[in-house]
Write a protein that binds this ligand. Structure first.
Ligand SMILES: O=c1[nH]c(=O)c2nc[nH]c2[nH]1
Ligand SMILES: [Zn+2]
Length: 513
């Protein structure tokens, strides 16, 4: 048996169609070279073992299931630092007060290294096998983010943030520098030839980007075939600001269209204030929206209507939008998507002033099955990865979570009672589960997290190769003080005393020697 060929027998849950939860029971799945090579039934087991030279097929225990890995289509990597705080103000002030200072502090590359290791581990532990990340403005911390993702085994689309106006003096770039650094970031990321990691063009949002910058970035996206991400029609403050800045365009979508930003590899976050015409326009370009329900509750001012957008042909994925969204978990995002849809129904009823729930009101409601589809297939579509991930099918890469629903009592987040079938157990996991239920996390057929161990990093550590780097990453120093970066007065090459991580020389520094 080839070392990279193995098989499982058990129940695999996935959502091949919107709202359809399929349980492949007593299935035998053979994984070879990271991909699903065969998907059979228990009756095929002996033949599959012979065909692939397998000496064993691992059987899942009762209450254990596989589900496709979750795909988070919108995360601000540096904002993980303040997730769970700063929830008191609207977007434009929130950016100034919390976000820009936090992102700027990643100029301290040791801190960046330490924080990004914690971020990627947290997301993998919560079952996010693929993430579309916003990085920060400065080039070097973004290279560290890419290195960290590579080392820990996550699949990701990563962008260096660009912003050349209406930004703080110490967190802004000249247009030409921004385009140059974005290109350097793309080359660095593509140069790794890591099939799990793809670069992305990332103009922060229209208010902080000149047309010249956006057009230059769109050319780069075309030249290198990259993804694009930004924010669109996200809240009243942003939309009103864009209308003032660009009275010649009817909407954010019209601005992005003119800048060449709407492609079939573009993901726009939020879209709560998109008109039907905008949605149809995005759909005609193959552009997706990342629905970020929890963040929309805090910063978005309005509901994104998932079912309505899908009915207009839009691609829709799900995002945590850390840190506008305060929970770094796609299980939480799924629950919030359901709650969002129920709020929409309640809102329509309230507006009607009556006590009759009409079929029209019901149309917006989604269940956990639709939410799971958004977190897997919808995300895969948004990232143009549908042929690779999102469901269990022959030829797809094995990105999967081994879920255990049998942790009872205080060892787990929920209890299972007599007579509950596997569908009920699985629904409990989606609605109540957390990282404790995730025994193993697979990306491209590799177990990247098992129990408390991050397996790729542990292997580097064990092999002794690059051991200083692996050691530092495996045991990051705990922060004991706020970094004292004063971006207004400190040159980029300075290393401010941060007290966070001191052990490792940042990979980006070394890689550029
Ligand atoms: O939720 C958000 N988070 C951000 O960082 C951001 N920047 C622009 N618009 C944004 N929205
Ligand atoms: Zn965002």
């Amino acid at each position: 048996m080839a070392a990279d060929t193995f098989a499982f027998r058990g129940t695999f849950f996935h959502t091949p169609a919107y709202g359809q939860l399929e349980a492949l029971r007593d299935a035998v799945v053979v994984i070879q070279d990271g991909k699903i090579a065969r998907l059979g039934t228990s009756g095929d087991e002996a033949a599959l073992m012979r065909e692939f030279g397998l000496s064993e097929v691992r059987r899942l225990k009762e209450g254990q299931y596989f589900v496709p890995g979750f795909i988070d289509t919108h995360v601000h990597a540096p904002q993980y630092k303040f997730t769970g705080t700063g929830t008191d103000i609207a977007l434009m002030d929130w950016l100034k007060k919390y976000t820009f200072p936090a992102e700027g502090s990643f100029r301290d590359l040791d801190a960046a290294h330490h924080r990004y290791a914690l971020l990627v581990k947290r997301f993998l532990a919560n079952g996010t096998t693929t993430a579309m990340y916003y990085g920060s403005l400065h080039l070097e911390p973004n290279l560290i983010l890419v290195d960290t993702i590579e080392r820990l085994g996550q699949r990701a689309v990563v962008g260096k943030v660009n912003m050349d106006r209406h930004s703080p003096d110490d967190y802004v770039e000249a247009t030409s520098d921004g385009i140059r650094d974005a290109e350097e970031f793309i080359k660095y990321t593509q140069g790794k030839k890591c099939t799990r990691i793809e670069p992305c063009i990332t103009p922060r949002f229209i208010p902080t980007c000149t047309p010249e910058l956006m057009k230059g970035l769109a050319s780069l996206a075309q030249k290198y075939g990259t993804h694009i991400q930004s924010h669109i029609s996200e809240c009243c403050g942003e939309v009103n600001c864009v209308r003032e800045m660009h009275p010649e365009y009817a909407s954010d979508a019209a601005v992005f269209e003119e800048m060449g930003m709407l492609t079939s590899k573009t993901v726009m976050a939020h879209g709560t204030l998109l008109s039907d015409d905008d949605i149809k326009h995005l759909a005609s370009r193959g552009t997706a929206v990342s629905h970020c329900p929890l963040s929309n509750f805090f910063l978005g001012d309005a509901f994104f209507k998932v079912n309505h957008a899908l009915s207009l042909g839009l691609k829709v994925g799900l995002g945590t939008d850390v840190a506008g969204g305060i929970q770094p978990s796609m299980l939480s995002a799924q629950r919030m998507a359901v709650v969002n849809s129920r709020c929409l129904r309640a809102h329509k009823l309230a507006v009607s002033g009556g006590t009759i729930v009409t079929p029209e009101m019901e149309k917006d409601v989604i269940t956990f099955k639709e939410a799971l589809w958004l977190a897997t297939v919808g995300g895969a579509q948004a990232l143009n990865m549908e042929d690779r991930v999102g469901t269990f099918a022959v030829g797809k890469e094995f990105d999967a979570l081994l879920v255990d629903t049998s942790l009872g009592g205080t060892a787990g987040p929920f209890d299972v009672f007599e007579g509950e079938d596997d569908l009920q157990r699985f629904e409990k996991f989606i609605n109540l589960g957390d990282d404790r239920n995730l025994l193993e996390v697979y990306v491209q057929g590799k177990c990247v997290k098992r129990g408390d161990s991050f397996e790729l990093e542990a292997a580097i550590l064990k092999s002794g190769a690059d051991s200083d780097r692996a050691m530092a990453a495996a045991t990051p120093a705990e922060p004991n003080a706020e970094p004292t970066v004063d971006l207004a007065h400190q040159p980029a090459s300075d290393s401010p005393a941060s007290g966070e991580a001191e052990a490792e020389e940042p990979a980006a520094k070394r890689s550029r020697r």
